[in-house]
Design a protein around this ligand. Structure first.
Ligand SMILES: Nc1nc2c(ncn2[C@@H]2O[C@@H]3COP(=O)(O)O[C@H]4[C@@H](O)[C@H](n5cnc6c(=O)[nH]c(N)nc65)O[C@@H]4COP(=O)(O)O[C@H]3[C@H]2O)c(=O)[nH]1
Length: 860
């Protein structure tokens, strides 16, 4: 300025003024410039303030960013790091972070990607590194997004990169959860689903879609009635409803049966799905298929039913032989409940009947062959020992399943009892419980085998009680049974244990004394007769009995069962014949008689209906007037092989063999034919008596037969008289009375033959509708000699008359007898004195002569 002023003093005024002017303008300009400069300074200061404010704001912004932010140079060295970044990477101070390599911070694994990104990023194009897993200072992994951008010049950081790390861990976590959930859904073997309040499907997994043969998309939003039947639908809706209402999970059994398909079973766990406000918006379910289990359970149930309902007991033991299971039959048979045997050894039921060797063998077979079967005796809980049929099998260990023993058994006691009962019925006499003839036969065969081998002797005894039938008739069958039981006991008591007492039927016993010789047998027989002679005490009082015994010895008398029996029978016959209460050893004579009986039976069988058989007739006369009142038809047999056979010989054989029935019918027909023939020949009607034996009376419908033959012959019934011995009707008195009454109703006459020889009950006799009593010839023939017999005949006559019966005396041989009988009041007589039995023609002649005689001289 001073330089300018000196220059101005040397100048002209104009110049001066000019200069002054210039100076003034310059000053003015300077002022303006200064003002402008002032303004500019002002603006600059303002700008600086603004910049500082902006920088501060940005700094603050940078600092307060909630995510780590790093400013990197082109080499990846840290230039700036906000507080979040410092914390994240563990820097205490800003200084520490400076020039730190970002690669070292973020881990080598992401080097390449980061380096590439730092290179490729431009101002125009930000780069994002996704799914970047980095670790913070604590080593915790974070899934981040790295946003990389280029900073512009404004920040005086040209070419620097800003790296923002956005933590996406939560999102990644959620996404992973979602993926896991989806994977679970897709891979679950259960049905997973959810239904809203309207019953629409809001969730369905792949398995459900597969089961329903639909896609998941189609299932979502659809209603389940589209695939469920009404029953299943109702149940599922109910279940869901329960969850909606109670808001608590439930576990239920559900089924699903698609059309035509198998019914599938599920166990469904259902639970409520709630929204953020706790409201249930759907019910979800996880249904696990249990079809196989249910089928298994069903099979198990069936198996258990079979297990428990069978009649055989079952027990299962584990490897240590402890009981692990038993069935109902086991409990029923053994009496032990399940609790009482669980864990116990089956030996608790051992009976003690088997020795150690038995059980050793049992275990040996079970272990060696895996099976044992046989009869074993065990003890029930009540102590009773009983037989079982037991099958035990060893079940080998299978995988994790331990081995076991399975025992199946049946109670043999009932079977054994029935077998014993059957044996008893088959081989024992029910009344006396002694062996019957079948068992005796068996024992006899055995005795023959032993006797033959060991050359020993034995005896077969036939024992028959004398007049036993009368015990039955008089005292009833119950008393008869009492006596038979007592007899069998006495016989057994009198003999040795190895001897056999067999009731053959009726009052016949067969005894096998083995071994024994003849003198020994004789002693035994005496003992037996003595035993029988003791009085029998019955409910009806004391009874006296005797027996007749026949003995056959092995091997002297016979070597076969049949012959031994037959010979003992013959000997017994002989004993009876010899006066009862007696015994007889078999002899050759008896063998002949026995053979004769066989021959008679054989010949008689072929004689019926031939002229070998004829009828003879013996008259019956009125003892006072001598008038012919009737005739008795008596059978005669002239056998071409055996000769003339007496009725007393062949009638018993006919009775024993049953031949008496056809034979008796033939006699009846012949007698009726003869009556008719005599009537036809002009001799008038004559009553003819026909003998009827027990076989005829009981083994057929006699009244029916008689009615039939009377009708066929047209003979008046009154012309026929039937002679029955008192024993015949008394076999069964009640029934006998009925049969006699039926016969009487036919109009025939009935005579009681051989009266006095039996032991009739008079009370029954009085009920029999008889017309005539025939006094046995044994009484008649002793008349005059024996006062006692005379007394009997008198009593019989009186009895007969009191019963309104006529009397006929048989076997009248002498005039003394005739007279005596007359004095005794007997009505009629029959005997050699009047006539022998005559053939029909001879009888007709006798009849005519008798008529003529009686006309000429009255009977005396
Ligand atoms: N000692 C002697 N005997 C006399 C006299 N008068 C008759 N007799 C015999 O005495 C038996 C009488 O017959 P019964 O007592 O019915 O006894 C009969 C009868 O029980 C039975 N009988 C005969 N014929 C038949 C028949 O057709 N059917 C049946 N079931 N039995 C018959 O055979 C038995 C024996 O008959 P017979 O030998 O003909 O024997 C006859 C007869 O010949 C006499 O004065 N003295």
């Amino acid at each position: 300025m001073a330089a300018d002023t000196s220059r101005t003093s040397n100048m002209s005024g104009t110049d001066f003024f000019a200069t002054q002017k210039i100076l003034a303008r310059t000053e003015e300009s300077l002022h303006e410039y200064q003002a402008e400069l002032e303004l500019q300074n002002q603006a600059l200061r303002t700008a600086q303030v603004e910049t500082r404010v902006a920088l501060g704001r940005y700094r603050a912004l940078f600092e307060t960013l909630p995510l780590p932010a790093l400013v990197l140079d082109a080499h990846g060295l840290l230039q700036e790091a906000n507080t979040a970044a410092l914390i994240f990477f563990g820097f205490k101070q800003h200084r520490q972070a400076m020039n730190h390599s970002v690669f070292r911070l973020l881990g080598m694994s992401e080097d390449v990607r980061l380096a590439q990104t730092l290179k490729e990023v431009t101002a125009e194009r930000q780069q994002v590194l996704r799914d970047w897993v980095i670790r913070d200072a604590q080593g915790i992994e974070h899934t981040v997004e790295g946003h990389v951008s280029v900073l512009n010049a404004t920040f005086h950081l040209d070419g620097h990169r800003l790296l923002l790390l956005l933590d996406r861990s939560d999102q990644a976590h959620r996404e992973r959860e979602g993926q896991i959930f989806q994977a679970l859904l897709d891979n679950a073997n259960a049905l997973i689903y959810a239904f809203d309040r309207d019953g629409r499907c809001v969730l369905a997994n792949a398995h459900l879609a597969k089961v329903l043969e639909r896609t998941t998309d189609k299932l979502i939003g659809s209603a389940r009635q589209e695939w469920l039947n009404s029953t299943e639908l109702q149940l599922q809706v109910q279940n869901d409803h329960q969850v909606f209402i109670n808001q608590r999970p439930i576990t239920v059994d559900e089924t699903l049966q698609l059309r035509g398909g198998l019914k599938r079973h599920f166990v469904s766990h259902k639970f409520p799905l709630k929204d953020g406000c706790g409201r249930v918006f759907a019910v979800a379910g996880i249904s696990t298929e249990v079809t196989a289990q249910r089928q298994m359970e069903q099979r198990l149930q069936w198996a258990m039913a079979v297990f428990n309902q069978g009649s055989e007991g079952v027990l299962i033991c584990d490897e240590r032989n402890s009981i692990v299971q038993v069935n109902s039959a086991f409990q029923r048979i053994t009496g032990y409940s399940e609790d009482q045997v669980m864990g116990r050894n089956p030996s608790l039921m051992a009976s003690g009947r088997h020795d150690l060797a038995f059980y050793r063998q049992f275990w040996h077979e079970l272990v060696a062959y895996g099976h044992w079967e046989g009869e074993i005796w065990n003890r029930r809980k009540d102590g009773a020992v009983y037989p079982q049929w037991l099958r035990v099998s060893r079940v080998s260990k299978q995988g994790s399943l331990p081995g076991s023993f399975v025992g199946v058994f049946s109670d043999l006691s009932i079977r054994k009892a029935s077998e014993e009962e059957i044996e008893r019925l088959a081989f024992y006499d029910l009344l006396t419980n002694t062996p019957n003839r079948h068992l005796l036969r068996d024992r006899l065969e055995q005795a023959i085998r032993v006797g033959t081998r060991e050359r020993t002797q034995f005896a077969v005894l036939f024992l028959d009680l004398d007049h036993f039938k009368e015990v039955n008739d008089v005292h009833g069958h119950d008393v008869g049974d009492e006596v038979l039981i007592e007899v069998s006991q006495r016989l057994q008591a009198a003999l040795r244990a190895q001897d056999t007492v067999c009731r053959q039927g009726g009052d016949e016993f067969i005894l096998l004394l083995c071994p024994i010789d003849q003198p020994g047998a004789q002693i035994c027989v005496q003992k037996l007769l003595t035993a029988m002679a003791q009085p029998f005490l019955t409910t009806q009082g004391e009874l006296k009995l005797s027996a007749s015994i026949g003995v056959a010895m092995f091997p002297d008398d016979a070597r076969s069962v049949q012959t031994l029996m037959r010979n003992a029978d013959s000997a017994m016959y002989e004993a009876k014949h010899n006066g009862r209460n007696n015994y007889s050893f078999f002899s050759a004579d008896m063998a002949q008689q026995s053979a004769l009986r066989v021959a008679i039976e054989r010949s008689l069988r072929s004689a019926v209906g031939t002229d070998e058989l004829t009828l003879h007739f013996q008259p019956k006369l009125d003892l006072s007037s001598g008038a012919l009142l009737g005739a008795e038809a008596l059978l005669r047999w002239n056998s071409p092989t055996l000769g003339i056979m007496a009725p007393d010989t062949f009638i018993p054989v006919a009775e024993e063999s049953g031949l008496i029935v056809p034979l008796g019918t033939w006699v009846l027909e012949q007698a009726l034919a003869q009556i008719k023939a005599w009537h036809a020949s002009g001799m008038g009607w004559l009553q003819v008596s026909v003998n009827v034996s027990a076989g005829q009376f009981w083994k057929q419908d006699l009244p029916e037969l008689v009615a039939n033959r009377l009708r066929a012959s047209s003979v008046p019934a009154a012309m026929l008289d039937l002679e029955l011995t008192e024993r015949v009707a008394m076999v069964n008195p009640q029934e006998g009375v009925l049969i006699c009454q039926r016969l009487k109703r036919l109009g025939v006459s009935l005579s009681m033959d051989d009266f006095g020889t039996g032991y009739s009950s008079l009370s029954y006799l009085s009920r029999l509708p008889m017309d005539v009593l025939k006094i046995d010839q044994s009484f008649v023939q002793r008349l005059g000699d024996d006062q006692h017999d005379a007394q009997i005949v008198r009593s019989v006559v009186q009895l007969a008359h009191s019963l309104n019966l006529r009397t006929v005396a048989e076997g009248v041989e002498t005039t003394e007898q005739h007279r005596f009988l007359q004095t005794l009041g007997c009505d009629q007589g029959q005997g050699y004195l009047f006539a022998r039995p005559l053939p029909a023609s001879a009888f007709a002649q006798w009849w005519q002569e008798h008529l003529a005689r009686s006309l000429l001289q009255p009977f005396s």
